[in-house]
Design a protein around this ligand. Sequence first.
Ligand code: NAP
Length: 286
Amino acid sequence: MINGATKLLGIIGCPVAHSMSPVMQNAALEDANLNYVYVPLEVSRDSLKEAVTGLRAANFRGWNVTIPHKSAIMPLLDKISDDAKMLGAVNTVVNDNGKLFGYNTDVTGFLAGLQEANFNAAGKKVCVIGAGGAARAVLWGLLKEKAGNIVVAVRDKAKGLSFIGGFTAYKNLSVCDFSEDEYKNALKTADLIVNTTPLGMYPNVDEMPCVDFSLLRDDALVYDVIYTPAETKLLRTAKEHNLKTQNGETMLVMQGVAAFSLLTGSEPNEKLMKQVIKKYLEEKIK
Ligand code: NAP
């Protein structure tokens, strides 16, 4: 029950009504018997600065950050974690006695998915499809795990080159577009193929990125970061070719698990968070 000692958490974004975080985080808070409440906070692009001042003044313990504020919030914070700096995006803010610390838990989420698939990225050849926000977390996760050659395949090479421009210290990265032979070669040799585009995401479930499955190795893992539907056309096709697959649900839940730990200092019930998200997503696409 909310009382005078209840601590405040939330998520800021615009729009925010679609966010699954309030459902997932409140379920975990209740399960852990913690006296917190987690609320959705619609904050327009123009009101971000005022909102951050207000949240700090109202002594919010912390909050998650979603589109369009993930980068814009960075100059308003006192300290930024290394992951968030690399990604140029913050998705979790912790208010430590008025000092605001920014983190990004997407990398943790992505790597949890790899771990669930029993995939050790060290030295492995990877083809990452797409070069947007999710791809940054994927790429940084792979670099942290010391993956071998990483080819980023995109539809617009100039955008792809600018995307890897933020990782110039790493010489094992290259970019190609889908029409180039380098893409075919990347698919042929990859231990891991990661889709980071929205192709196949509900309601466009009949779409998928252009992957020629006849080229793939028999032991390749196909990881789609999409979580609605749980099985995208890409993953369904990969299964039909007897390939190993991983969807985006664990990435989604584990970024939330990591955020919960940062915000409360306690470990949540991961299994419960997974169940809550699964139920929520199933109802959403009914
Ligand atoms: P984003 O920043 O808009 O990036 C999308 C990327 O996909 C861009 O590189 C874009 O290329 C490319 N793309 C879009 N449509 C394409 C098409 N028709 N053909 C080829 N490439 C195309 O989006 P995002 O935030 O990274 O999200 C991407 C997906 O990841 C979404 O489905 C989202 O739900 C999912 N996601 C999952 C998690 C998780 O926790 N599991 C976390 C984040 C995101 P251009 O730059 O050329 O447009």
